[in-house]
Ligand binder design. Structure first.
Ligand SMILES: [Zn+2]
Length: 281
């Protein structure tokens, strides 16, 4: 293990590339191996043989301090008895956005690594790229990069009312914005109009971009919009939507937290806007 923190390292690391001050986030069978409220382990808090038994990938978010994602092939139960195996989804409600984001990125990269062990074109085993975060098929010279799937998420408004829906999946007990994947050839605004009509039978116009968020279930980019009601009555598409209603700002159901989801952020954004109009009026 090197003591230097100067030399740039490849993305795919070997044990000899590790540094004494590295921070690690551990995964086993799509679960995060955690001990308390921080996602990170250090060489002081962990037996180094556990770290080097896994596949090692260097990760950096927003040019922040890097960390090493370690994907373990065997259970860490024996070597890390105090650790818990937790799901990424459970972090959504854990009030720790940094933990959620860090673990989310590492989880997306794991999805990509697992899904691209072989070339989809010729079936040969892929190899880590020497310098880029990519997997390479040597026989057909294809590169495979981590893939992001763009989605839209939209808050439909009608005067002061907002349209919120309860999903028919995941036994959802909260209401949220409508959302859906972009189709080939669509601009995000087209997706907003199509998805709203497909899911609740309502036509919208004046589609306005507000904000975005990486959503690691498993690898979406959520593009957040507000759209204005144009016409139609709510008719939920039963395979996707258990219930959908118009809600007034002072009588909202349980909605996602703005701290962690773009859906909550869109709702907050709109409530702030309504409050400002009321102040002025
Ligand atoms: Zn190939």
């Amino acid at each position: 293990m090197s003591l230097s923190s100067e030399t740039p390292r490849p993305f795919f690391l070997s044990p000899q590339d590790l540094r004494i001050d590295d921070r690690f986030i551990l995964f086993f069978e799509n679960k995060i191996v955690a001990d308390g409220a921080t996602p990170f382990w250090t060489l002081e808090s962990i037996d180094p043989t556990v770290v080097i038994s896994g596949r090692l990938l260097r990760v950096e978010i927003d040019s922040g301090p890097e960390f090493i994602a370690v994907y373990l092939d065997s259970s860490p139960e024996q070597s890390l008895p105090s650790a818990d195996l937790i799901s990424l989804r459970s972090l959504l409600f854990a009030d720790s956005p940094e933990f959620f984001r860090t673990a989310g990125v590492a989880n997306q990269l794991d999805e990509w690594l697992q899904g691209h062990r072989y070339c989809g074109s010729c079936g040969a085993k892929t190899q880590p790229h020497a310098s880029e975060r990519a997997l390479v098929c040597l026989p057909c010279a294809r590169h495979f990069y981590p893939r992001i799937n763009p989605c839209v998420i939209v808050l439909v408004v009608r005067g002061e009312e907002i349209l919120l829906a309860k999903s028919s999946r995941h036994n959802a007990d909260f209401y949220s914005c409508l959302a859906g994947f972009m189709e080939v050839g669509e601009a995000p605004e087209d997706t907003v109009r199509r998805e709203v009509f497909e899911e609740v039978g309502v036509k919208v116009s004046s589609v306005e971009y507000i904000s975005s968020q990486s959503w690691p279930f498993p690898s979406q980019l959520m593009l957040g919009f507000i759209a204005h009601y144009e016409s139609g009555e709510i008719v939920p598409e039963p395979s996707e939507i258990a219930d959908a209603q118009w809600f007034l700002p002072d009588a909202l159901p349980t909605v996602p937290s703005a701290a962690i989801s773009v859906a909550g952020g869109l709702i907050d954004h709109y409530l702030t806007r309504v409050a400002r109009v009321e102040e002025q009026g």
